[in-house]
Write a protein that binds this ligand. Structure first.
Ligand code: GDP
Ligand code: MG
Length: 163
């Protein structure tokens, strides 16, 4: 199946927005799959001649305020098994949350490359505040705005360097 990038993170950090941005350049066919992958979206992307698949793990905690760490563990584990590169998305506007820490605890144990991505850094003020995510133990975050596309070129350079 080739290179696979999975986008993980708690609800509303912008996973689907980033998925759409990464896949829209190729007008990818996005399809829902049956069974355990029912809520996962798969798309195609390409950067500097390197093609890859993108998985949006969006469906796994549908707009619920009551999310169990066990469910997160299952879904993040599934995504990391399937992926060659994991994008761990956090939201600069919320800072580090308990759920971010729960996801980070799982991702720190995987041997797969994990790229920490601080989304919604639409302005410089938000880019400065993203430094706090270093505390998650996954390095410095890549600051992006999935909404405007700013920072996504550097992120894509980093992604394809991992294949
Ligand atoms: P998901 O639940 O992680 O898939 O998050 P969504 O992609 O559905 O986005 C959740 C909300 O965050 C939506 O209202 C988006 O418009 C908003 N959002 C996503 N990316 C950005 C961004 O880069 N900047 C800002 N300001 N809002 C964003
Ligand atoms: Mg989503």
């Amino acid at each position: 199946m080739g290179n696979i990038v999975a986008i993980v993170g708690r609800p509303n950090v912008g996973k689907s927005t980033l998925f759409n941005r990464l896949t829209q350049t190729r007008h990818a066919i996005v399809s829902d799959e049956a069974g355990t992958t029912r809520d996962r979206q798969y798309g195609k992307s390409e950067w500097t001649g390197c093609e890859f698949s993108v998985i949006d793990t969006g469906g796994w905690v549908v707009n619920s305020d009551d999310i169990f760490e066990e469910e997160i563990r299952k879904q993040v584990t599934l995504a990391t098994e399937e992926a060659d590169v994991v994008l761990f998305l956090v939201d600069v506007r919320n800072g580090v949350t308990d759920l971010d820490e729960a996801v980070a605890n799982i991702l720190r144990r995987t041997k797969k490359p994990v790229i920490l991505v601080a989304n919604k850094a639409d302005t410089n003020e938000w880019i400065y505040s993203a430094a706090e995510f270093y505390a998650l133990g996954l390095g410095d975050p890549y600051c992006i705005s999935a909404a405007t596309g700013s920072g996504t070129g550097e992120l894509l350079d980093q992604i394809v360097s991992k294949f």
